[in-house]
Design a protein around this ligand. Structure first.
Ligand SMILES: [Zn+2]
Length: 165
């Protein structure tokens, strides 16, 4: 058992955490979502509750999957999806072939989140819950393809308009 960090800060005596059933709660888009965690801990002195980090991660992913499949598509839900994936804005930007500013604008409601971008995040969430990186790996591969057509267009010679005989 670990000491309660909360009490330890205000009191010299270390208080012990006891195993307890606790409830995780999060308010998303005005809706309260809660889950009971069996293997939690609670400080008997101050009542502070702790959940194992992995359980918190699962809770975030569960909420994210719900938001990914039922929406709504908002700056808040987009942010929650990214946070549940534990990806930095820069990492997600690189994966989606956008610049960092664009991701930041999605999350601050300065730019509308495209439906396909939201959909891709949903796929990544689904993979994470299943314990694989299928879509993430695919995106990385696709980015490596490059865009041959775009390059060809840029490098195309100026059309010859003179008549051939
Ligand atoms: Zn405590």
């Amino acid at each position: 058992m670990k000491p309660c960090e909360h009490c330890a800060r205000s009191k010299p005596l270390k208080r012990l955490l006891k195993p307890a059933k606790i409830t995780l709660e999060k308010t998303v888009t005005g809706r309260s979502i809660s889950r009971e965690i069996i293997h939690g801990h609670k400080c008997e002195e101050c009542g502070t509750e702790w959940a194992p980090p992995l359980q918190l991660h699962w809770f975030d992913l569960e909420i994210a999957e719900e938001l990914a499949s039922a929406g709504p598509i908002t700056a808040e839900t987009f942010h929650l999806l990214r946070a549940a994936l534990r990806m930095k804005q820069t990492d997600l930007a690189a994966l989606l072939d956008r610049d960092n500013v664009t991701i930041s604008r999605y999350e601050t409601n300065k730019l509308e989140v495209p439906i396909e971008t939201y959909y891709i995040l949903g796929l990544l969430i689904e993979d994470e819950r299943e314990g694989n990186h299928f879509h993430r790996d695919r995106l990385v591969r696709i980015r490596k393809f490059g865009r041959p057509n775009e390059v060809a267009k840029k490098m195309a010679p100026v059309p010859n308009t003179t008549k051939k005989e």
